[in-house]
Design a protein around this ligand. Structure first.
Ligand code: COA
Length: 248
């Protein structure tokens, strides 16, 4: 595959380029994490060199997207918080003013173009993301990984799911397998990695479903059921992810 890496330092419209494949890749509700939306523009502005696309030479189409951030964090992996991705974003920006040294890179997302799914290209993209942190002297890449086959098993607790293995001892989940093959350690579940809230009408719009009464509902693309509270006119999705960590 003939491509070049383009970061936010190389072009002013990186976000638009990323959206070409990011927006279709995610179920609509995933675009409504309050914390992500609060920091998204700032992430691109402040840490442009950590945001990239891979563009095919010639056609210029976007083959893959990577987003990550540097953290002032050098704690024990076991102490990584339950709030996963939302914690990483907050911590990245709350520490900004202190001008402390960054130690750790944290992955935000990787997306591969639809026609390249299942081809193993994601290995390449993880390696390129790790190079960004390595070149800046960071020690490790931590990732609140969203296991990409978990949405098929929304009723299975994440703690059980991440222990599922194939006969060769590698994780059952394809995306966890990519990280494991590249040397990552599976640390633990972060049970509240993303928080997505909306009114019942919002959730009906996002999912194309009708929610007539309070209760738990399985919605396409979600890793666990969402909770609808009709009286409070509120729907809540708390996404669990799994902390994985690579040495850089
Ligand atoms: C996550 C993502 C980048 C992984 O890339 P991918 O193209 O699906 O996976 P790859 O082909 O690189 O390989 C991953 C493994 O999963 C397997 N796999 C991929 N799709 C699969 C499927 N639909 N069913 C079963 N296994 C699958 C591959 O065979 C491969 O296994 P192997 O290494 O043992 O051969 C891609 O699925 C994606 O862009 N998803 C949408 C966004 C997303 O979820 N990003 C991750 C969270 S931020």
């Amino acid at each position: 595959m003939d491509y070049r890496i383009v970061t936010g330092r190389d072009t002013a419209n990186l976000k638009d380029l990323q959206d070409e494949i990011v927006v279709p890749a995610w179920p609509e509700f995933m675009m409504h994490d309050g914390c992500v939306n609060k920091y998204w523009n700032e992430l691109h502005r402040r840490y442009a060199e950590y945001q990239f696309v891979l563009r095919e030479e010639g056609s210029q189409r976007v083959l893959a997207v990577g987003n990550s951030m540097p953290l002032v964090w050098d704690g024990d992996l076991e102490d990584l918080p339950d709030e996963g991705l939302d914690w990483a974003l907050k911590s990245c920006f709350e520490n900004l003013t202190h001008e402390k040294k960054h130690h750790t890179q944290c992955a935000f997302q990787i997306v591969v173009a639809p026609d390249l799914l299942g081809t193993g290209f994601s290995y390449e993209v993880v390696k390129l993301m790790m190079n960004i942190g390595r070149e800046r002297g960071l020690d490790r890449l931590i990732a609140p990984v969203r296991p990409n086959m978990k949405s098929r098993y929304p009723l299975t607790p994440m703690e059980s799911y991440i222990g599922w293995q194939r006969e060769d001892g590698l994780p059952f989940d394809g995306w966890m397998r990519v990280h494991t093959r590249l040397g990552a350690e599976t640390v633990k579940v972060c049970s509240k990695s993303m928080l997505i809230e909306g009114t019942v009408a919002d959730w009906q719009k996002w999912t194309g479903m009708k929610f007539f009464e309070s209760g738990q509902y399985i919605v396409p693309g979600a890793l666990v059921p969402i909770e609808i509270d009709s009286e409070a006119d509120k729907g809540t999705y708390i996404e669990p992810n799994v902390w994985m960590a690579h040495r850089l």
